[in-house]
Design a protein around this ligand. Structure first.
Ligand code: ATP
Ligand code: MG
Length: 691
């Protein structure tokens, strides 16, 4: 801890003040206000970068990356043309393949990539590899909820299963452009269902298997699904989730829309109710379908899927992605960021209900001919060693997970990790939230034995693929830093007036020009698309996140701009204070929000969860406050410490700070949209535990 602390900045960061109450302001209002923030070049000393012996198979060093990145933005047609030649195009796109409007002042926002081209994503994920002799290599490695239950599916087997389902969909009236809702547990049938839709040009909308019947109903209605693919149920640890029952309840609310429900009979949860004429069994219906299904060649801009964001900041947004550009970015980022090659065993722990499960469990790995692990269960079931048992069992080379899980596993103790052989691991990845340096270090040292580079990938449902990310072994990596833009992406740091800032400093993170996998619209609401992403700063895509940039040009994500707290004129990013708090050996997780403060404008309110074996005492409280004082400065010292039995998280595992703000302000009657909250009981426990 000491070595780590020495590299942190001592707390003299000062920012010019202006009443800046960001807490519950909608983004629109927020950026229209005359915000002021002073940018101090070089104010933030990065922590010491960490080198690993890993050698990337495509890139030698940072200077080669710099040259290729420059080419990718100066000559996007040339660069993406080269990348596109790795894939099959049934009809070649035009050389001048891109057209876009990124500026609301010039009219309607649109982006089109690979104009004139025709391709098919499933063909590129499966048939292409089978044709080049990889058909018998494993494509999906399924690990069931119970240890010892598993299944290996080769590329040929996945292809056959995909074709059978695609034929069934066609036989049931689904044609190009129709929407299909998928509500399945993490069985191989889930990625298979996605691939089957893409094969015939149907638009899939995966609904995370933890969602309630209301959330399901609104999503089915919004995407106008004609068919729902589900299962009798699924297992999460010891708990059976009655998926079909939830579908029945949900569809009762949107009657008339869905004509067929295809039900996979999961032997672990065999029972369910039945609606004759609507419900049919997967196992009965598909067996008779042919294992060959002609590919539907679709235009580059043909819709591929709709998917909702996590709902961390408000009502979830229904993002639409299209075929050609998404395919290119999914395949290319996976190739570079995980250095993924045919035959690699790769494991992304995300559920297919989230964008990470789309791009980095299904499409990205399969586009690269790798074997992708599909894990049905919970990472701590039957015990805290499950993740490492799976790594050992399959000899996983690349492991991709989220800070929330890393922190939970730290909590369980190193002995769970070291018990298993992790020598197969070469690259470790993280996504979803800023990773606090302590968790980064543990991931690097304990999990990766100091050998594996960590890729802290920054991206969003909207961006479709990584946009700012380390490339493993290409440059030394400071803990907690997303680092540099991926090829073809031009991030900018803006001030409150929307002016681009140069050099080191801090500001709003935006992107200057279209990239292939950017979202095309919010489904059914193009106006919200423009207001959310393009109105705040004219001429740019606005991410909603803040960033700082160091002297080396590396980006450090500081968190959502609407989570920034202004204490006596000091702008404080939640990520920074949380990172300091978690440096305390007793602190498992920390979440910081702003509260009204008579003198300072805003004060800091910190929720703390403790590691096992630590007790909440006044002395500990003092230590926590002191750690922030010494790491950042007295101005950032929390005013309130709230001992939290658990933190409210989205179902994708992110802390919902907007809920914490309401609890801190004693306004828990106005929690807003909590449909994506993983465990509502956490909220009651927090209220009961108020200091
Ligand atoms: P909503 O948009 O509905 O509020 P969400 O933003 O959490 O939900 P996602 O698209 O799943 O939905 O998450 C994207 C966000 O996650 C980013 O905008 C950023 O705030 C955060 N994020 C993702 N990866 C990283 C990372 N490596 N470092 C820091 N933050 C990250
Ligand atoms: Mg978001």
């Amino acid at each position: 801890h000491c070595a780590l602390s020495a590299h942190r900045t001592a707390g003299t960061r000062s920012f010019l003040s202006r009443a800046w109450e960001l807490s519950e302001q909608p983004l629109k209002k927020l950026v229209r206000r005359p915000l002021r923030l002073r940018l101090e070049a070089g104010a933030h000393e990065p922590m010491e970068p960490v080198s690993t012996p890993y050698q990337h198979s495509l890139l030698k060093d940072r200077s080669q990356y710099d040259a290729e990145w420059r080419r990718s933005v100066e000559d996007p047609a040339g660069f993406w043309g080269d990348m596109a030649s790795n894939y099959h195009w049934e009809q070649q796109f035009e050389t001048n393949h891109q057209s876009e409007n990124f500026d609301v002042r010039k009219g309607k926002i649109f982006q089109k990539w690979f104009r004139g081209g025709k391709t098919n994503l499933t063909y590129n994920c499966l048939d292409r590899h089978i044709e080049r002799g990889l058909g018998d290599s494993p494509a999906l490695l399924w690990e069931g909820n119970e240890p010892g239950t598993d299944k290996v599916l080769t590329y040929k087997q996945v292809h056959a299963a995909v074709c059978q389902l695609a034929n069934w969909l066609k036989a049931n009236g689904i044609t190009k452009g129709d929407a299909v809702a998928i509500y399945l547990p993490m069985l191989p049938e889930l990625p298979i269902a996605m691939l089957a839709c893409a094969r015939i040009g149907a638009v899939h909308s995966v609904i995370f298997g933890g969602f309630s019947s209301d959330a399901l109903a609104s999503r089915v209605k919004n995407c106008e699904a004609k068919v729902v693919i589900t299962a009798t149920g699924g297992m999460r640890g010891k708990k059976a989730i009655p998926l079909k029952r939830i579908v029945d309840k949900g569809l009762a609310k949107v009657s008339g829309l869905v004509s067929k429900v295809l039900v996979y009979k999961n032997p672990d949860v065999p029972e369910c109710d039945w609606t004759d004429g609507r419900d049919v069994w997967w196992q009965d219906e598909l067996a008779s379908q042919s294992t060959d299904c002609a590919v539907e060649w679709v235009e580059s801009e043909h819709p591929l899927f709709t998917l909702y964001t996590s709902g961390s900041t408000g009502q979830p947004k229904g993002v639409l992605h299209t075929t050609g550009g998404y395919m290119l970015m999914a395949g290319t980022t996976t190739r570079y960021v995980f250095d993924l090659q045919p035959g690699d065993v790769y494991w992304c722990t995300a559920d297919c209900g989230w964008i990470t499960g789309h791009t980095y469990l299904t499409y990205g790995p399969l586009l690269n001919g790798a074997a992708s692990v599909v894990f049905e269960g919970q990472p701590t079931y039957p015990d805290a060693g499950r993740v490492w048992a799976i790594v050992q069992k399959y000899k996983v080379k690349q492991l991709y997970t989220a800070p929330t899980l890393i922190r939970a596993l730290i909590n369980a103790g190193d002995q769970w990790v070291t018990k298993y052989d992790r020598s197969s691991l070469a690259i470790l990845g993280t996504v979803g939230e800023p990773i606090n340096p302590i968790a980064w270090q543990w991931y690097h040292e304990v999990v990766g034995e100091g050998r594996c580079p960590i890729v802290d990938t920054y991206w969003q449902t909207e961006t479709g693929a990584h946009i700012i990310t380390p490339l493993p072994g290409v440059w030394p990596q400071p803990p907690g830093c997303a680092s540099l833009p991926f090829f073809g992406v031009q991030p900018v740091m803006l001030n409150e007036k929307g002016e681009e800032l140069q050099g080191a400093g801090e500001g709003f993170l935006a992107v200057k020009a279209s990239w292939p996998s950017t979202l095309r619209t919010l489904f059914g609401d193009h106006a919200r698309y423009e207001t959310t992403y393009f109105q705040p700063f004219k001429g740019y895509y606005f991410t909603g996140d803040g960033t700082r940039r160091d002297k080396e040009g590396r980006y450090w994500i500081t968190g959502r701009v609407d989570d920034v707290i202004n204490v006596s004129g000091h702008r404080i990013g939640t990520a920074e204070v949380e990172a300091a708090l978690t440096e305390h050996p007793g602190c498992s997780e920390a979440a910081v929000v702003g509260i009204e403060h008579a003198v300072k404008g805003q004060g800091l309110y910190a929720y703390i969860t403790l590691k096992e074996g630590h007790e909440y005492t006044d002395a500990l409280k003092k230590e926590l406050v002191n750690i922030v004082r010494s790491q950042i400065g007295a101005f950032a010292a929390p005013d309130v410490i709230h001992w939290a039995p658990g933190l409210p998280k989205t179902r994708s595992g992110k802390i919902m700070r907007r809920v914490l703000r309401k609890i801190a302000a004693k306004e828990e009657s106005e929690l807003g949209d909590t449909s994506t909250l993983a465990d509502p009981a956490v909220v009651d426990a927090l209220i009961a535990n108020r200091p």
